[in-house]
Write a protein that binds this ligand. Structure first.
Ligand code: PRP
Ligand code: URA
Length: 212
């Protein structure tokens, strides 16, 4: 077990727990699944952005001058394709000025190792806080690989937002990347022989896009 589980933030909010329970149910249809992923991403995203820096700005209300707060334009959202796409709209509602990078990875069905097929990031990504989005943190291979790509491109401030993970995935990411904060909706028990999360929700990408 890695030491720095202080970097793991598990959401204990009742609304998140309620929505994740609905997400898990096998009879939840594609439309509802998509809606729930969106709502959960918004709630976890709120927590994950709690420590973003703010700057003072002078403003004028109808009555007087005062000093307000402003979040500088500094965030890049980066979904891991495909399933991470389902979390982007909610995060953009929170941070409309964010840029969006994309990292395409799929798990080899035999080795469970991540295979890269796409990577497009904004040119100034190294100056931004990057929030990596993916509903599932299973072996942790995809998340670790995505974070490594970002670091190779000079990114130093990285947060990871997942809806469901397991201890193995968390350990893998934090062993490779102890500087990264992980925001997790629920920590499940374990992986099955096919590296699927138990109890989990099944295949997030397939349920999100109706490709089961
Ligand atoms: C899923 C999920 C993660 C990855 C997690 O994607 O969205 O990216 O598996 O597994 P890991 O922690 O063991 O790497 P998948 O490879 O099924 O691709 P998809 O989103 O295109 O369906
Ligand atoms: N990817 C998924 O979509 N679900 C899992 O349980 C594990 C990896």
């Amino acid at each position: 077990m890695v030491e720095n589980f202080a970097k793991l933030h598990i959401m204990d909010h009742p609304l998140i727990q309620h929505k994740i329970t609905m997400l898990r149910m096998k009879d939840t249809n594609t439309k509802d699944f998509r809606q729930l992923v969106n709502e959960i991403a918004l709630l976890i995203g709120y927590e994950a952005t709690r420590d973003l820096p703010v700057e003072d700005i002078e403003i004028e209300t109808p009555l007087m001058k005062t000093v307000g707060k402003k979040c500088p334009k500094q965030v890049c959202l980066t979904p891991i394709l495909r399933a991470g796409l389902g979390m982007v709209d909610a995060m953009l509602e929170l941070i409309p000025a964010a840029k969006v990078g994309h990292i395409g990875l799929y798990r080899d069905p035999k080795t469970f190792e991540p295979v890269e097929y796409y990577c497009k990031l904004p040119p100034d990504v190294a100056e931004r806080t990057v929030i990596v989005l993916d509903p599932m943190l299973a072996t942790g291979g995809s998340a670790s690989a995505a974070i490594s790509f970002l670091k190779q491109r000079g990114v130093s401030k990285i947060k990871m937002v997942n809806i469901i993970g397991v201890p193995k995935g968390v350990e893998t990411v934090l062993e490779a990347h102890p500087d990264v904060d992980i925001y997790l909706g629920a920590l499940d028990e374990r992986l099955n022989d096919h590296a699927y999360i138990l109890p989990g929700l099944g295949d997030a990408g397939d349920r999100l896009f109706g490709t089961l």
